[in-house]
Structures are given as C-alpha cells and as structure tokens.
Write a protein that binds this ligand. Structure first.
Ligand code: FES
Length: 462
C-alpha cells in the first residue's frame, strides 16, 4: 500500500464492534454526568473543609494531601469535557469545561486543540503534543511530574494573554479561535491575579493553597495513574492497543479518574462517554491485550523499562495482542505520512455549496432507501467518498472526509440535525455543512439529493 493511499485517522486499528453497539454506548446523559460531577465536587469540598479544620494539627498534612489529590483529578474532568461526552447538553459540557480548566490551570480552548492533536497522532513522536516523554524516558521529567513540575504550564496562557501566538500554536489553533483564546487567557490571568490578591487582602495563603498550589502537592497519585497510560510502550504505530495500557483500579479511584483506566477504549472510540467505557471494555476485551491487574503490576513493567532505556534507547514493551486479532500491516511500522489532509480555511470559506439545480450528473445511492431516519451511510463514486444522511425532512449529503483532520464522517452519529465526527467529536450542520462545534471549524461541501422514480440520487458536478 502506498503511504498516501490512506489518511492518518483511517490508519488507526479499530476493534470489531457493530455500529449499533457503538451508537448505544455513545449516548450521553445529563443525569449521569450531573450525578458524577456533583458527587465529585462534594468529595472535593468535603475534603477541603476537613483540611481546613485540620490546620494546626498533625492531620493537616494527610488532609491537604487528600484534598490536593482530588483537586488534581479535575484534570480528568476537564479532559472528559474536552470531548463533550460528560453531558448531553453542550452548554453544560462547556460550563464544566471552563470551570475545571480554570481550576486545573489550563486555558480550555488551547488545551482542547492540543488534545485533539493528541488523539490524531497518539504517540506519533513529533506530532503528538501530549507525549509525557519520548524514548528514552527522561527520568528527571517523569519524577518532577509527580510533584506537579512540568504539568502546570503557565507559559502559553501568558503568551496568549499578551496577544503573542508562537508559530507552533498558530499551527495548532486555527485563526478563527485566536481571538477567543486570547480573551480567555486574559480572563484566566485576571482570575489567577484575583486569587493572589485575595491572599494579601485576607492575610492568608490559603486561597493559593486551595487552588494553584494544590496542582503541585496533590499531583502524586493522578500522575501515578497518568503515567500508566502510555509510558514504556510502543510509539509510532497506528494501533492504540500497542500504545495504551488498561490498568484495573478500585472503584473509588475509578470514580475520581473518570474511568480512564479503560484508556485503549477511550482512544479508539472517543465518542463513548466515561460512564460507558466499562461496557465497551466488556464487548471488545477479547480483542485487546490483557488488562494489568493493578497499578503495581504496571509499574513492575514501567520502572525496569525506563531504566533499561537509559542504555538501550529504543527498548520498549510490546503488549501481547490476541492471536485472533493481530496488528494489521496498515497500523504498524509505516513511514511517517505527515499531517492529515485538511481543507484550508480559505478554500473552505470559498467552497461553493452545490444547489439542487446545478449538478450535472445524478447518481443512484441504492442503500439510502432503507436507511433509518437520523442516520448516515458512506457512498463511494469515482474514488470519492460521500456521507449521505437521512433526516426527518429528507436526504442530505456532504463529502465524507471531515474538514478538520480527515476522519470519515459516515462513522459518526447524527445528533440534533448535526453529524458528530468520530475522531474528535466536532460537529457539522448536515443541511448547510457549517461547522457547529470545534475542533470542526471549516465548512463541509454539501451536495444535493433527490428522489427520482423511487430512487435516492446524489447530485454531483461533472
Ligand atoms: S477529524 Fe477532527 S473533528 Fe473531524
């Protein structure tokens, strides 16, 4: 297969599971999201009160350690809301995204774009911005992160607040989001300045202890878990089973960690919300490497691996795949294929929406007649791919390659007249092709569809 015969996102290995099963699992729920979020904040506030009462006693240190630990798991709440899967309502996701982002010390617009790139290029070195440390593992970096060093990165927020967007950030964040990112960064700096000012006003350091300092003294356990996700495994392969580690954790940790112990499932199917990852694991675990029975078992592998890497730079662990579900040639050991194909902003903004009267050829789409309402199918013609939709008002069509990073939209699901991209959960209005939720930002090209003599036909230019 030629390197450019296939797009980056298509190259990733996908476990065998039916579209119906994924559709059932990806359903979001405000109730489940609220129950988990409220319980999480109740634990955090409860521990905060206990820590306050423990001030001046020997219990102060363990009490603040417990509070800081839960505080640092706000990172995982922000992560879930990056994907907008915690709640069904978009506005609830965004509200919690901003609150958890502020608490975590991350500006959410910038962080969300970086995380989308992490999902496109997971552990493809040079392109994934969230690699903890490429091989050979950098031990001082890893140790520092257990104390919050290197995790909290104020640099981008300060730069962006002053209107400075370095070239790498310009490549990461599209121009359409720069203004919002700059103002959001300014708001963030103002918020942090107010926290510092309150320390002077009230004559106590507690506002900082309860917020930004907690990012350091509470980092140990969340980092312990985060480092099990990828450290010491393969890199530069397109199979999440070889670059992610699933590790069993107890129910309390699972609750705080937002079920990220099912890390392979999360990367392979990012549209599935945290509360359905366990069910997803049950359906596909026979296709995955065995789950590590504990964090201890994971570190029994990680520590010797990173020590050996100090001399044997390329040493790593290759997870044992089930014999019936081996890695595919497409997903392993391919040359670097560069960036996924995207529709440049200028090209997208100039895209002409083809009107029903303008196509010069009408092509039958035989399977469309039987598709259910609010669904999408893939249709190929002359080597081009199209996504054909059926909504309550009839049929619609657009090109199948997402204008963000090229994922197949026909693998996504219809939500309120929009298609949600399966790769990064961006959305497009099916009727107009307009991007409605980031990281989708460029308009999709749409095509007319008609019904002629009982046949669904797609109108294409010659
Ligand atoms: S490929 Fe990223 S939103 Fe579609």
């Amino acid at each position: 297969m030629k390197a450019d015969d296939i797009d980056t996102l298509d190259r990733w290995y996908r476990c065998d599971i039916s579209r119906e099963e994924i559709k059932a699992l990806m359903q979001r729920s405000d109730l489940k999201g609220l129950a988990h979020t409220v319980a999480f904040f109740a634990v955090l506030i409860g521990l905060g009160i206990l820590a306050y009462r423990a001030i001046g006693t020997p219990w102060m240190i363990p009490a603040f350690f417990a509070y800081g630990t839960v505080y640092c798991f706000l990172n995982h709440l922000m992560h879930e809301t990056h994907h907008r899967t915690v709640f069904k309502s978009v506005w609830l996701n965004e509200l919690v995204h901003w609150i958890s982002g502020f608490a975590h010390g991350a500006e959410p617009i910038y962080d969300r774009w970086g995380h989308a790139q992490h999902h496109t290029y997971t552990y493809l070195i040079g392109d994934d911005p969230e690699v903890i440390t490429p091989r050979p593992a950098d031990i001082p970096t890893l140790v520092g992160q257990f104390f919050g060093i290197g995790i909290f990165k104020p640099g981008p927020i300060i730069n962006h607040a002053f209107g400075i967007i370095p070239p790498a950030d310009k490549e990461l964040v599209p121009e359409s989001d720069w203004k919002a990112m700059i103002w959001s960064s300014r708001l963030w700096l103002l918020g942090y300045a107010l926290i510092i000012a309150s320390c002077f006003v009230f004559g106590t350091i507690l506002p900082l202890v309860y917020t930004l300092f907690a990012r350091f003294y509470g980092a140990f356990i969340p980092t312990l878990l985060n480092d099990t996700q990828h450290v010491g495994l393969e890199q530069n392969v397109y199979d999440h089973r070889l670059i992610c580690r699933n590790v069993w954790v107890d129910p309390i940790t699972s609750f705080l960690y937002w079920n990220m112990q099912y890390h392979t499932e999360h990367h392979m199917f990012p549209t599935v919300p945290f509360h359905a990852l366990r069910k997803l694991n049950k359906k596909i675990k026979h296709q995955l490497p065995p789950m590590y029975p504990s964090v201890w078992h994971a570190y029994r592998e990680i520590i010797p691996t990173i020590l050996r890497q100090q001399k044997d730079y390329d040493y790593h662990v290759t997870p044992q795949l089930p014999a019936e579900y081996p890695a595919t040639p497409q997903s392993t050991h391919l040359p670097d294929l560069g960036k996924p194909e995207t529709v440049p902003e200028t090209e997208a903004s100039e895209t002409v929406v083809v009107e029903a009267s303008s196509p010069s050829v009408w092509i039958d789409v035989p399977d469309a007649k039987d598709m259910p309402t609010d669904d999408v199918l893939e249709f190929q013609h002359n080597g081009e791919q199209y996504a054909v939709y059926r909504l309550s008002d009839g049929y619609h069509a657009m090109s199948n390659k997402c204008s963000h990073a090229g994922a197949k939209l026909s693998r996504g699901f219809v939500i309120d007249g929009q298609i949600e991209c399966p790769a990064h959960n961006g959305r497009f209005d099916i009727r107009t092709g307009e991007a409605t939720l980031s990281p989708a930002c460029n308009k999709m090209r749409i095509f007319p569809v008609r019904i002629e003599n009982g046949e669904v036909q797609l109108g294409l230019p010659d």
